[in-house]
Design a protein around this ligand. Structure first.
Ligand code: AMP
Ligand code: ZN
Ligand code: FE
Ligand code: FE
Length: 288
C-alpha cells in the first residue's frame, strides 16, 4: 500500500480531473491520499465518491499561500488537512481568495497586453472559467501562443517575481490561516519546509520555532525535494515539539512533469504509518 497527502487536480493548477487522479492513485496501489488544491476544495466531493467506490480513503485538504516575512525567494505554504469542506467560513474565505486570483489574472493579462502580448479572447474566457486561477495557467497560454518556449521562460521573462507582468497574490496572514483551518476542524501543517529559505538547519530550527508559536499542528517532513538529512531533522523536530508529521509528492501532472504521485522525483518514501498517526492526532486535537 502507498500514501500521498499532497496532490493537486485541475480544480487548481494540476492537470488531472478529480476522477482521473483517484484512478491513477488506485493503479499505484494508494490506500489513503489527500487532495490539497490551492484555495479550493471543489475537487473533494467528486473525488470522495470515486475514492469510496475504489475503497480508498480521501483526507480533505487545501493549500494556502501565506503572507509572512521570509528571505527573498522563500515562501510559506500551509496545508489544511482533515478540513470540514462544509464549513461555511472556510468556503467563504476560499471564495474570496479565488475572486482575488481572478482579478489578479486579468491584471496580469492587461500588463501582458501593454507589452504587446495578446492572448486569444476565447482562451481568456476559458481561463476565467477556471475554479482557482494561477500563474501556471497563464504561463501555459503563453507557451501555446508561441510567445515563449517553456513555462519556465514564461515565468522568467513575464510573470515571475521581478518580471514585468508580475502581480502579487492576495494571501492570508499566518494567524488568519491557522485560525481558519482550525475553525474547519483541520490540522494546520507547514507544507514543504524546504521553501522557508534557510542556510543551515540551525536557521531552520529558529524559523520553525517562530512559526509553530502560531499554533501549527504539524510538518510535511516527507516531500519530493527534501533530502535524507532534512527529512530526519524535521522528524526529530516534530517529535521534540509534539507535532504531527505529514508527507506528499505535490503532484501536479503536466505543470510539474518531473513529479509523480507517491514517489515524487523518484526516491520519495512516505511511510504508511503517518496515516494512523495523523488520524489519532486529529482526533485528539478536536476531541471535546
Ligand atoms: P500563483 O499561485 O498563481 O502565484 O502561482 C504559483 C505557482 O506557479 C507555483 O506553485 C509554481 O507551481 C508555479 N511557478 C512559480 N514560479 C515558477 C517558475 N519560475 N517556473 C515554473 N513554475 C513556477
Ligand atoms: Zn500548485
Ligand atoms: Fe506549495
Ligand atoms: Fe502544492
Amino acid at each position: 500500500m502507498a500514501v500521498d497527502l499532497h496532490l493537486h487536480t485541475n480544480h487548481s493548477d494540476g492537470s488531472l480531473s478529480p476522477q482521473e487522479l483517484v484512478y491513477l492513485l488506485k493503479s499505484l496501489n494508494v490506500s489513503t491520499f489527500a487532495i490539497t488544491d490551492h484555495d479550493t476544495i471543489s475537487a473533494i466531493p467528486t473525488a470522495m465518491l470515486h475514492a469510496k467506490k475504489a475503497d480508498m480513503i480521501l483526507i480533505p485538504g487545501v493549500e494556502l499561500s501565506i503572507d509572512y516575512p521570509l528571505p527573498k525567494d522563500a515562501h510559506l505554504h500551509l496545508l489544511g488537512l482533515f478540513i470540514d469542506v462544509k464549513n461555511t467560513r472556510l468556503q467563504n474565505s476560499l471564495k474570496q481568495l479565488r475572486f482575488e486570483r481572478e482579478k489578479r489574472a486579468n491584471q496580469i493579462i492587461q500588463r501582458l497586453k501593454d507589452l504587446n502580448i495578446n492572448l486569444d479572447p476565447s482562451k481568456i474566457d476559458q481561463l476565467n472559467q477556471q475554479e482557482s486561477i494561477g500563474r501556471p495557467h497563464i504561463a501555459k497560454l503563453l507557451v501555446e501562443h508561441g510567445y515563449v518556449k517553456s513555462m519556465a521562460e514564461a515565468f522568467s521573462r513575464f510573470i515571475g517575481r521581478n518580471a514585468p507582468a508580475y502581480i502579487p497574490k492576495k494571501k492570508f496572514k499566518l494567524h488568519e490561516a491557522v485560525e481558519l483551518v482550525h475553525h474547519a476542524h483541520g490540522l494546520a501543517i507547514i507544507a514543504h519546509p524546504i521553501s522557508l529559505g534557510f542556510n543551515s538547519l540551525n536557521e531552520l530550527q529558529h524559523r520553525l520555532d517562530e512559526l509553530t508559536a502560531f499554533g501549527i499542528d504539524g510538518l510535511e517532513a516527507y516531500y519530493s525535494t527534501h533530502d535524507q538529512t532534512l527529512t530526519q531533522f524535521l522528524l526529530q523536530y516534530a517529535k521534540d515539539h509534539r507535532l504531527a508529521v505529514s508527507g506528499g509528492s505535490d503532484f501536479h501532472g503536466e505543470a510539474k512533469k518531473e513529479i509523480q504521485p507517491v514517489t515524487g522525483l523518484g526516491n520519495l518514501k512516505i511511510p504508511d504509518e503517518i496515516v494512523p498517526k495523523l488520524f489519532a492526532f486529529h482526533q485528539k486535537r478536536f476531541d471535546r
